[in-house]
Write a new protein. Structure first.
Length: 220
């Protein structure tokens, strides 16, 4: 089953069986709307839980509602648990009610893990809980770039080895988005495709629109 509902991205990833963990990371400007789009698309088929770890913002209900309508999803099938500290994230990942969800989406699960390497035992703990969640369902992670400054997703080496598919997303000039495979069990690393940013946020250019300067233009 496709993951995001965006053809270029889903074609790059290919078939994703239950039990796999798929991760997107990179440019926040792309990661954020792609998370909303994925939630909307998955709500067509499953009760979906978002575990969102971010103090302020990051979840746009208006954008989500618009994307749900575009994808023929069901807003009532999307549930949200927010974490404002590390313990909140751990409690959400160990909640007794997780069995009712066919898909779990994790947004920035390592955000509250301190940046020093000694604290990454906490990251390993979160990774272990994510792995347990994926036993009989799909888990989709939207992550940040590593706090250590490397061009890899946050979470450390154990997380990197645990996730089955890792996809980097980055903006390009002209409203394009680069999507690149960084890890896949069946496909070569480095495969790349592109899509239009408007495809992700669900907007299409209006043929009749004009720049503000055109409306303000006054002939001498």
């Amino acid at each position: 089953m496709p993951i995001t509902g965006i053809y270029e991205i889903d074609s790059l990833i290919g078939h994703v069986p239950r039990g796999w963990i798929v991760e997107f990371y990179g440019d926040y400007k792309v990661v954020k709307p792609l998370m909303h789009q994925t939630l909307a698309y998955q709500s067509r088929y499953y009760d979906t839980l978002l575990i969102h770890s971010r103090e302020f913002g990051g979840l746009d209900p208006y954008l989500l509602n618009r994307l749900v309508k575009r994808n023929n999803g069901d807003i009532e099938r999307i549930h949200v648990a927010r974490g404002f500290r590390l313990q909140d994230v751990i409690e959400s990942l160990t909640s007794q009610g997780l069995g009712e969800y066919g898909v779990i989406v994790l947004a920035y699960p390592y955000r509250y893990v301190p940046g020093n390497p000694a604290a990454y035992t906490e990251a390993s703990r979160i990774t272990g809980l994510i792995k347990k969640l994926a036993v009989n369902r799909r888990v989709i992670v939207f992550n940040e770039v590593s706090k250590n400054g490397y061009y890899y997703p946050d979470g450390g080496s154990l997380h990197h080895h645990t996730v089955h598919v890792i996809v980097g997303v980055w903006t390009r000039p002209g409203g394009r988005v680069t999507i690149r495979l960084f890890k896949h069990p069946w496909k070569p690393v480095g495969l790349t495709t592109t899509t239009n940013y408007n495809r992700i946020i669900g907007e299409k250019p209006w043929a009749a629109q004009h720049r503000l300067t055109e409306w303000l233009y006054i002939k001498n």
